[in-house]
Ligand binder design. Structure first.
Ligand SMILES: *Cc1c(COP(=O)(O)O)cnc(C)c1O
Ligand code: SF4
Length: 426
């Protein structure tokens, strides 16, 4: 049993582990931590980070701000304003800088449905069969990832936050009126940061009459990696198990969409216990992660992660390309490199672990997979396809983009043949 203790800019200096961090790296925490969200906790610090390998340790890089996450001129500007103690200029610059970091990538604001003329903030309905819900009380995480693509949720950027601010009944009515919705995905933040009682308030209405078309409930969470005690020794851990059992008994599928970035996150006794407990409820665990420079840009890490997941009874699901937000320049990898990592990792594991699909860009148009580089009609191209599409007819339809060794995102790609991608003319 461990009591959760968080570390943020206010108190991280109490960490005795900081004795193995250089002054330069501590300065970086102070400076970059003003711009990007920073929070970690006692489990991550004591059990996941290798303090003999700072600053390059993958979990340190995941959870602590590092100097290169800002461009040098940005870094120096924040540093100068802190040194001058100019609070209002600092707040102004930090806000401007955050706005320049593309806080809401991939047109997420386009997918907000309406009912009776009321916009259902905190709900997204992009793909026919699935809606995403962002429970108001779940806009928090057990630790913050330095690559987070939802970072405005944690940055006092009120206008940019997604959350379910309207009466829950309206969201439920929307789902009831849309029989094509088979999947409801709770996301955030992290919905299991909520108490079990509040989580129940969101989940139980989906088990009621009128919701028979909802076949799968998904819970997107990083808790298994950042706080597995949520399912073992936390005060209401047993209640969460009962809620999961209740969902499964209702005849619906419950899928915990677990976010793991590195095999080390699967190595502790506590995460193994938590996975066992979740599986004993009849829930399935599926796993996903972006591929990130400085964290997991190595096929061996992915192969080890997928293999370990399979052994623990989890199904590898998605490998994502880092989204164009926040400290993207620090984490991003060319699409070609992402695909090489995917292919090399995939080749190392048996078919059992080849349930993973990637590398995938979750973008305005849908989820686009890069299948590889080939030569077609004398031209070097990327072969791509949709795994999910804004228009369901696009799914699994291949297309070709001009080969570009530096491209890191769909917006940088040009069609290989013709002047438009097929999906741009819809
Ligand atoms: C990934 C995603 C989904 C779920 O897609 P699946 O392919 O069914 O996993 C739904 N909505 C959005 C906006 C997504 O990004
Ligand atoms: S777990 Fe997800 S939402 Fe939370 S900080 Fe990490 S990337 Fe962001």
């Amino acid at each position: 049993m461990l009591h959760y203790k968080s570390y943020t800019l206010q108190n991280y200096k109490n960490l005795s582990r900081l004795s193995s961090v250089s002054n330069e790296d501590i300065e970086a925490i102070e400076i970059v931590g003003r711009v990007l969200p920073f929070k970690t906790n006692n489990y991550v610090v004591e059990q996941l980070i290798d303090w003999n390998n700072i600053p390059d340790d993958p979990v340190f890089t995941l959870s602590f701000p590092r100097k290169e996450m800002l461009y040098p001129e940005q870094y120096n500007h924040v540093k100068n304003l802190i040194d001058k103690c100019d609070k209002s200029a600092l707040a102004g610059y930090v806000n401007k800088l955050r706005m320049s970091l593309n806080p809401n990538p991939s047109g997420q604001k386009h997918n907000i449905p309406e009912i009776d003329g009321i916009k259902l903030d905190g709900m997204q309905h992009k793909y026919r069969e699935t809606v995403l819900l962002f429970p108001k009380q779940g806009q928090n995480c057990f630790a913050f990832c330095s690559f987070c693509f939802r970072w405005p949720q944690f940055s006092n950027m009120e206008d940019l936050k997604f959350s379910m601010r309207k009466d829950l009944k309206l969201y439920l009515k929307y789902i009831r009126l849309h029989p094509e919705i088979t999947d409801v995905l709770f996301t955030g933040g992290d919905p299991v940061t909520m108490s079990c009682k509040i989580l129940e308030d969101y989940v139980e209405p989906l088990l009621a009459p009128g919701m028979e078309h909802v076949r799968t409930i998904r819970i997107g969470t990083k808790s298994l990696s950042y706080w597995p005690y949520r399912y073992t020794t936390d005060k209401d851990a047993d209640n969460i198990m009962r809620l999961f059992e209740k969902i499964v008994k209702s005849g619906k599928h419950l899928s915990v969409m677990a976010h793991f970035n590195h095999s080390v996150e699967l190595s502790t006794d506590e995460v193994k216990k938590a996975i066992n407990r979740i599986r004993s409820t009849g829930a399935q665990i599926r796993t996903q992660s972006p591929v990130l420079r400085h964290v997991n840009d190595n096929p061996d890490v992915w192969a080890a992660m997928w293999q370990k997941q399979v052994e623990l009874g989890c199904a590898p699901y998605y490998m994502f390309v880092a989204r164009e937000t926040g400290a993207k320049h620090f984490f991003e990898l060319p699409l070609e490199k992402c695909q090489e990592i995917f292919r090399n990792a995939y080749q190392q594991v048996s078919g059992i672990a080849r349930t993973a699909r990637g590398p995938i860009m979750s973008c305005y148009f849908g989820k686009i997979q890069t299948l590889g580089v080939e030569e077609i009609a004398g031209k070097k191209v990327f072969v791509m396809r949709f795994i999910q599409g804004r228009n369901p007819d696009w799914v699994v339809r291949p297309f070709f983009a001009e080969y570009d060794p530096n491209a890191t995102w769909i917006t940088q790609l040009k069609p290989a043949f013709g002047d438009k991608f097929f999906f741009e003319s819809y």
